[in-house]
Design a binder for this molecule. Structure first.
Ligand code: ATP
Ligand code: MG
Length: 404
């Protein structure tokens, strides 16, 4: 992509409304723009990262679940059936259609997926089943804040499992647990699983996955080897291990086993092996895909801007033509642009300082800069965004270094 054609509205000054670093940097780097409280436009650079995160989640989920796509709009009847329509409260955005029927913008999809399951699975032979989708959710949060970290409309991966009994359901639960650790590791993140309160969703087994960051909304208590980690003070048992450390965390995922809460309420039964009917055991598992983008920035930035981990970087290389119009600079840059598979090419006029600052701000893992002095010798400057390490070498050698 050439910068001259790219929609990348950068902001030099710190935006007043942004209180945390990820929100500031997402605005400054032209990733998002607010449309309304807690509702954002995703601009090309932001959408690119959102898709990278989404695809890592999808690749790992495809190993343990079936992808489906459920609508954002849901009928109120299903929530009346489960008993959550009133209980969910003001976070649910309620809407009436033209026939005066009660609808809602889905904040989660236990009811929809349970209804779908009961229409399609009738026997123990149909179990287990794990279904997931990656879809926009809406929760009318009382205090939307910190940009996409706590939005009203946000992008979530949610999966739902159906098993014949508690034991089988817990096997599925721990498959998700393992998949989540893999997902965050692939993004270059260390996520800590912590035992959590199941809250209004019910059930008896739940873990939250947190990325440690000073700006996190949750208090975490853990031991050095993470063998013990809890999400809130209420959960610390009377005999907590000594040396429990305290930190702040950002909740990026949450998994629950809740038994037959919804299958009971919505009267879901399948035929068991012995001919008797059985009620499937369920779990649900969320990852806040759009929140993850902000959490990565909280965990990986410096004073100059974002530092994208390789696998979620919008482009791998930022190519800077320091003097567009200079024949030698243009020649090397054009060749580099053709040969680099994932490259954002700054082909615009501008001061060298501004160009370097912009590249640092958007945080691509590598920069290749080409100015007249270097170009005259057929050389480029290769910089690693994270370490700041710079090296003068031929284009050939730079490409070799990046792609060998
Ligand atoms: P929180 O405790 O942060 O309010 P939650 O417990 O209500 O989240 P879940 O129902 O567990 O959220 O949703 C699954 C995941 O979706 C969360 O782990 C989080 O990463 C993400 N998420 C939840 N609410 C929001 C929001 N308002 N904006 C962005 N992401 C969100
Ligand atoms: Mg939660």
């Amino acid at each position: 992509m050439k910068l001259s054609e790219y929609f990348l509205p950068l902001i030099k000054e710190n935006p007043q409304e942004a209180q945390i670093v990820s929100h500031r940097l997402m605005l400054r780097a032209g990733m998002i723009r607010q449309l309304n409280s807690g509702i954002y436009n995703w601009l090309p650079l932001g959408l690119n990262v959102l898709k990278k995160v989404e695809n890592i989640v999808r690749e790992e989920m495809d190993k343990i679940a079936n992808e489906i796509l459920m609508p954002t709009m849901q009928p109120a009847e299903l929530w009346q059936e489960s008993g959550r329509y009133e209980a969910y409260g003001k976070e649910m955005l309620r809407i009436k259609d033209r026939h005066d029927r009660d609808m809602l913008f889905g904040p989660t999809a236990e009811e929809v997926v349970t209804d779908m399951f009961r229409g399609g699975c009738k026997s123990y032979k149909d179990l287990p089943k794990v279904l997931y989708n990656i879809q926009w959710k809406f929760r009318d949060e009382v205090r939307p804040r910190f940009g996409v970290m706590r939005g009203r409309e946000f992008f979530m991966k949610d999966s739902y499992s159906f098993d014949i009994d508690e034991e089988a359901a817990k096997v599925t639960y721990f498959k998700h647990h393992a998949a989540y650790l893999k997902i965050f590791e692939r993004m270059g993140m260390k996520a800590i699983p912590v035992r959590a309160n199941t809250g209004p969703i019910g059930g008896d087994l739940s873990h939250e996955f947190h990325i440690v960051a000073n700006t996190g909304e949750s208090a975490l208590y853990y031991t050095d080897d993470y063998s013990y980690a809890m999400a809130d003070e209420m959960h610390i048992p009377e005999k907590a291990p000594t040396g429990v450390k305290e930190a702040r965390g950002i909740e990026v995922g949450h998994i629950f086993y809740f038994g037959t809460k919804y299958t009971d309420a919505m009267k879901v039964k399948v035929q068991g092996k012995d001919g008797k009917e059985l009620v499937p055991h369920m779990g649900s598992y969320g990852i806040g895909v759009s929140r993850v983008v902000a959490a990565i920035i909280e965990a990986s930035h410096d004073d100059n801007g974002i530092i994208w981990p390789e696998h979620v970087a919008p482009y791998r290389v930022g190519l800077i033509n320091i003097k567009p119009g200079d024949a030698a600079c243009d020649k090397i840059c054009n060749e580099a642009y053709e040969r680099l598979p994932s490259c954002l090419y700054d082909d615009k006029e501008g001061s060298a300082g501004a160009k370097f600052a912009a590249m640092d701000l958007i945080g691509l893992p590598w920069q290749i800069a080409v100015g007249p002095r270097l170009a005259a010798n057929g050389n480029v400057e290769l910089k690693n965004r994270k370490t700041g390490e710079k090296q003068e070498l031929s284009l050939e050698a730079a490409i070799g270094k990046l792609y060998s």
